[in-house]
Design a protein around this ligand. Structure first.
Ligand SMILES: [Zn+2]
Length: 244
């Protein structure tokens, strides 16, 4: 491990060299290579995480560039996952990135998730989000979800232990599944995606090192400079947590 890359982190004394090595052995599955993935993976790499699978089938468009800052104009038309892989390896030479150019479906998620320690949801549609929630719950893999639309960003974490809430405890799928709203259609103030992706890293780091588990849905609200934390408990009527 090149310790100079992590000098500031180690000098902070938030973690030791031994803990940095432990972090580097964790495998992270990221769904979506868009506006939340960029700040997420930037800071995950700077915290010492090294093994990632990133899945996304999109190519880079000009309208992405204002928030997907690891891409440049020279990348237009290229596959997002391949460019991310190349760009991050220019800074962190020992990364292991599996760049998967496809739209994640339930079978892929189920097979891939079993090989990873964390699932990071950076997807931009409800169908995929519920599939990720289902798979992580079934396999009991910790899940960090980030989403944003218009003037609001949200982050949710579940360790997926038996008493943990799931995404559907907050957002029952019958209310959302039919809607195909994405960042592109709903619009988003890009800075919110930076906050979401960064905050997901705080959770990832604290849970990996100290098993600190947030019990909240965190909401970033642009209009009033607000950061709200809403308590989340398992819903006894949740169809996902209590399958019949
Ligand atoms: Zn639930």
């Amino acid at each position: 491990m090149n310790h100079d890359l992590y000098k500031a982190l180690l000098n902070s004394q938030y973690l030791s060299t031994k803990e940095l090595l432990r972090i580097s052995s964790k495998k992270i599955l990221i769904i979506g290579a868009g506006g939340i993935c960029h700040p997420f993976i930037t800071y995950a790499c700077s915290s010492g995480f090294k093994e990632f699978t990133i899945v996304d089938n999109d190519v880079i468009e000009e309208s992405n560039l204002s928030r997907q800052y690891l891409f440049s104009r020279a990348d237009l038309g290229k596959n997002k996952v391949n460019v991310l892989n190349q760009r991050l390896n220019q800074t962190y030479p020992n990364l292991k990135i599996d760049a998967v150019c496809m739209r994640a479906d339930e079978k892929f998620l189920f097979d891939a998730a079993q090989e990873h320690d964390f699932i990071i949801d950076c997807s931009d549609n409800f169908l995929t989000r519920y599939q990720i929630s289902d798979v992580s719950k079934e396999l009991k893999i910790p899940l960090i979800m980030g989403f944003g639309g218009k003037d609001q960003g949200q982050v949710f974490f579940t360790s997926n232990q038996s008493s943990s809430p799931c995404y559907e405890c907050i957002f029952p799928r019958d209310d959302f599944q039919e809607s195909e709203i994405s960042c592109q259609t709903a619009g988003i103030v890009p800075l919110l995606l930076g906050m979401v992706g960064s905050y997901m890293n705080m959770i990832l780091l604290n849970y990996t090192l100290r098993k600190i588990e947030p019990k909240f849905l965190t909401v970033f609200n642009l209009g009033d400079n607000g950061v709200r934390q809403i308590s989340v408990n398992q819903d006894p009527n949740c169809a996902n947590c209590f399958k019949k």
